[in-house]
Design a protein around this ligand. Sequence first.
Ligand code: UT7
Length: 332
Amino acid sequence: MTSKTPFRTRIAGTGSYLPEKLLTNADIEKLVDTNDAWIRERTGIQHRHIAADGEFTSDLALKAAQKALEAANLTAQDLDLIIVCTVSPDQVMPSCACVLQQKIGARNIMAFDLSAACSGFVYGLATADQFIRTGMYKNVLVVGAEVLHRYVNYKDRETCILFGDGAGAVIAQRTTSETEGIMSAHLRSDGSLGDLFVLPAGGSAMPFDQSVLDRGDQYVRMKGREIFKHAVRTMSQVCQDALDANAMTIDQIDWVIPHQANLRIIDAVGSHFGIEPEKVVINVQTMGNTSAATVPVAFDQAVRDGRIKRGQHVLLTAFGAGLTSGSIMMKF
Ligand code: UT7
């Protein structure tokens, strides 16, 4: 939906952080019955970044957030709201956002976690946009951060090839300029498809006990082929929604930043949507699927290497467990 208010949301700065340690396809070959050629051909992934022992989601979030603040020429004291989009917080409570608020040295501002799996960052930025449009807040830190590898079963070859750790952040900032900023957000969820991608244990439905560990219910589980199909369908739909809402044609888009789950999903959405492949930001090869972090990390990398320039139209899109999906159109 688009709305007409005096305020809009611009992206004042971006940042990202990937842990140093790499988990390569050759490393995974030693853990499960798979091989580098299959992983590259079916997913495009070559390696993923893995957090060190003692390195938590809030630590990754902190490093990405500090870079975003620096790029925006702000300090933590300027922040009015912190949203951390994650499904792998340091612990259930306090929230990762509260941990980050303390670590980054922000004032006693509103801070909360947002759980929408791989669509998290798109949901989070759309949420920040609402707080900004109403005039309530001026500078909002939105982070997508995950340490997913601790929820992965390295005996399950379907999932362990996919996931990695990382964090990306933006400073969403109030502006009265009509020539830049977020133009629309389209967010969806379809709970009837919730069983396609689950992390069964740790909630009120399945508290931890020995039987959880015996069954391996502390790990993510998915129906990959089904997710693949719905991912292509939903991301294509929400991208079309963004074009329709803004009365734009596809050739007016400069960059699409899709959720990085699988190179074949990205290619399928691109050709379904009819976007030129050179306009799609892709980094799944070197980071795997970092859930809520994929979109802001790809965003930051493309801003810092000069691909994305001020004034260009950028379309973010994602899908994830839930099943959730979303798109955001902006003039950067
Ligand atoms: O953010 C959302 C998170 N989840 C996703 O995005 C997952 C989306 N889905 C996918 O990325 C793909 O479905 C996978 C990469 C998970 C699987 O690729 P696929 O092309 O859909 O393979 P498939 O499930 O159709 O399996 C083809 C074959 C099967 O063998 P048979 O039954 O044909 O003999 C699998 O057992 O490939 C086998 N297989 C593997 N072989 C080698 C499955 N995983 C592997 C593996 N290495 N790691």
